[in-house]
Design a protein around this ligand. Structure first.
Ligand SMILES: Cc1cc2nc3c(=O)[nH]c(=O)nc-3n(C[C@H](O)[C@H](O)[C@H](O)COP(=O)(O)OP(=O)(O)OC[C@H]3O[C@@H](n4cnc5c(N)ncnc54)[C@H](O)[C@@H]3O)c2cc1C
Length: 367
């Protein structure tokens, strides 16, 4: 990552383009597929996959999001909810990054409230017709395989489908003007009478609850992205403070700068330990949905404080993407919001500890 990716990412970030030449190199890292065993996948532990996610994010957050969407969302959905035939057909080439996947849940009118999604799946002879829209879908502008969630018009439940690139009726438009993760290609998807054969319906997705087994793992992985981003920012600041001089001394000689650096280090240690604990809880079969949500929300908010300190430490250069700290500062913002915003993850944990769900506004008071 440091040799091949770091030198080129600021340029691609600025242009908001994806550097396709790095895909085979990322494939060679053999981390795509993470925890999945068999089908050519690495079969890493949850902790191993999490540390790999953080190390990618330490150098470039967009790169780690590209892998996360492909691996911890799309591939994992196929592995956990697909048929044996689907796993054999799709996972080996996805594991080598010879093909790329995306995962489409969010819609223009349903973000936090994703379980109310409106894309329709209607049964027809030999398959299904998908109609609707998706928004924000990472990798979708060039993905070969699109995992798409839609509402079955006869059961009213959520089902999952594998849709191929270039299917008639499918159009994907790149979203422009993002202020973070600019290398990730997010797309608006429109489906007009897209036919999906029976063999490409995921048999294990029969309700929205079925997405939870995927989200349980992916939320742990997302929690490790801010850890990696913060470690990368700390690395840069540590080096910069020793190199740049003001008032006849290195910036590292000033007590206020040391205090900020140490505060960052303390935050990173705490974030790392919460992330580690989440992995160990998962691996021992004890992690709850509330644990994962608490981990994702708390780590992300700590990372916000950490990268803000890093941005300050670089002065004016903390505003330039070239020095990577400003880029990391911006890249953290979408991570604060995706895979459940800070607020939604807080409410998930709140529901678990109180037994009371507070996602929907309370009814009108009689007072
Ligand atoms: C860069 C990026 C990449 C993404 N990639 C993908 C992807 O690959 N696949 C995919 O399916 N989706 C993806 N998303 C979508 C992402 O998951 C949603 O943006 C997210 O769930 C929030 O939904 P929203 O943007 O519609 O915000 P909204 O739901 O409109 O929320 C707006 C604000 O209101 C708050 N809010 C909403 N409901 C409540 C409530 N009940 N109580 C308290 N506060 C509330 C939120 O916390 C937030 O602050 C991506 C998003 C981004 C930014």
């Amino acid at each position: 990552m440091e040799k091949e990716v770091a030198p080129i990412m600021a340029k691609y970030w600025e242009k908001a383009e994806f550097p396709f030449q790095i895909i085979p190199k990322l494939g060679a890292l053999h981390v795509a597929g993470g925890t999945i065993k068999g089908y050519g996948c690495p079969g890493l532990s949850v902790t191993g996959t999490a540390v790999a996610t953080a190390e990618l994010a330490r150098v470039d957050a967009s790169c780690s999001t590209f892998i996360l969407v492909h691996s911890s969302l799309a591939m994992l959905t196929i592995a956990l909810c697909g048929s044996e035939e689907q796993k054999h057909k799709y996972l080996p080439s996805l594991a080598q990054l010879k093909t790329v996947a995306c995962w489409a849940l969010t819609e223009p009118n349903y973000g936090s409230d994703a379980s109310a999604l409106e894309t329709k799946a209607t049964k027809v002879d030999g398959g299904w017709i998908l109609e609707g829209q998706k928004r924000w879908i990472g990798n979708s502008t060039f993905a070969d395989v699109l995992v798409i969630f839609a509402r079955n018009t006869s059961t009213n439940q959520i089902n999952g489908f594998i849709v191929k690139k270039d299917s008639p009726g499918l159009t994907v438009t790149k979203m422009l003007n993002k202020i973070g993760l600019r290398i990730v290609q997010n797309g608006d998807i429109v489906m007009k009478k897209v036919f999906v054969p029976d063999g490409d319906r995921l048999p294990g997705v029969n309700s929205f609850q079925d997405t939870n087994k995927v989200l349980a793992v992916s939320r742990v992985m997302v929690a490790w992205q801010p850890i990696g981003i913060s470690m990368g920012v700390y690395d840069m600041c540590h080096r910069y403070l020793k190199e740049r001089r003001q008032f006849g001394a290195p910036l590292a000689a000033f007590q206020i700068n040391q205090q900020k650096l140490v505060q960052m280090l303390g935050n990173i240690q705490a974030m790392f330990l919460v992330g580690w604990r989440l992995c160990k809880l998962y691996e021992s079969g004890r992690m709850t949905v509330g644990h994962a949500s608490l981990g994702k929300s708390w780590i992300t908010v700590k990372a916000r404080d950490t990268v803000a300190l890093g941005r300050e430490l670089l002065g004016g250069n903390g505003i330039l993407a070239d020095f990577l700290v400003a880029k990391a500062f911006c890249d953290l913002e979408p991570i604060y919001t995706y895979e459940g915003t800070y607020d939604i993850n807080t409410l998930v944990t709140g529901r678990e500890v109180t037994g009371i769900a507070s996602f929907k506004p309370a009814g009108r008071s009689r007072l």
